[in-house]
Write a protein that binds this ligand. Structure first.
Ligand SMILES: C[S@@+](CC[C@H](N)C(=O)[O-])C[C@H]1O[C@@H](n2cnc3c(N)ncnc32)[C@H](O)[C@@H]1O
Length: 196
């Protein structure tokens, strides 16, 4: 059998993120994860947030690896991954929560516009969105390491890089999502939230 894909970063941050999601997703019943990557977070959160069902998703080339994690975990509240490229078609199903980790800084602004437009239509009223990653605040880096990371990202792909919370809030509001609490996380990351 093929080896499951593994990301050390996902292993390291999942318990801190879980602590936030336990509160933020307390009322949630159905979560759509965008850009599930390896699938590690989907398994960890479904295992510990047993009051809700977790729907992993990603671009087509990532689905096989996520499926290996889903199969191994065999959790009743964890679905098979669905194909979701934010620029293409979104699920017809609706969700009362959405989650994404480390996707905003690799996306182009056009992708982020598509992400928020998709969330605006796919989520039900009162839904909560939590997005984890490194963000700028009021046009400034929050640490030297985030600035170095941004330089590295932009060298690799000039349209990628850290995004500013205020710009994300502006886009979210245009799509019917109001800014909610945010949480400072280890290693100069944050969780930002919005409410539909
Ligand atoms: C850095 S990885 C993060 C994976 C995982 N969430 C984690 O924290 O370990 C970024 C993920 O975003 C996905 N992604 C990139 N562009 C996307 C798009 N246009 N639509 C949906 N997912 C996308 C990638 O396939 C990848 O799995």
């Amino acid at each position: 059998m093929a080896n499951k894909p593994f990301a050390q970063a996902a292993e390291q941050n999942q318990d801190d993120i879980l602590l936030v999601l336990q509160g933020a997703f307390k009322q949630a019943t159905k979560v759509l994860e965008v850009g599930s990557g390896t699938g590690q977070h989907a398994v960890h959160f479904a295992k510990h947030l047993t009051h809700l069902s977790w729907q992993p998703s990603d671009k087509k080339n990532m689905l096989e690896g996520i499926q290996l994690w889903v199969n191994d975990a065999a959790l009743p509240n964890l679905s098979a991954p669905i194909e979701l490229d934010v620029n293409l078609s979104w699920p017809t199903d609706t969700y009362d929560a959405a989650y994404a980790a480390n996707v905003i800084h690799i996306m182009h602004w056009q992708d982020i516009k598509a992400l928020f437009a998709g969330l605006g239509t796919t989520l039900t009223d009162d839904a909560t969105v939590c997005i984890y990653g490194p963000f700028n605040i009021n046009g400034h880096y929050t640490s030297a390491s985030n600035q170095s990371f941004d330089d590295w990202l932009k060298h690799r792909d000039p349209e990628s890089g850290l995004k500013d919370k205020a710009e994300l809030d502006h886009l979210a509001i245009k799509n019917g999502l109001q800014p909610g609490p945010s949480w400072d996380m280890p290693a100069n990351n944050k969780i930002l939230s919005w409410k539909k």
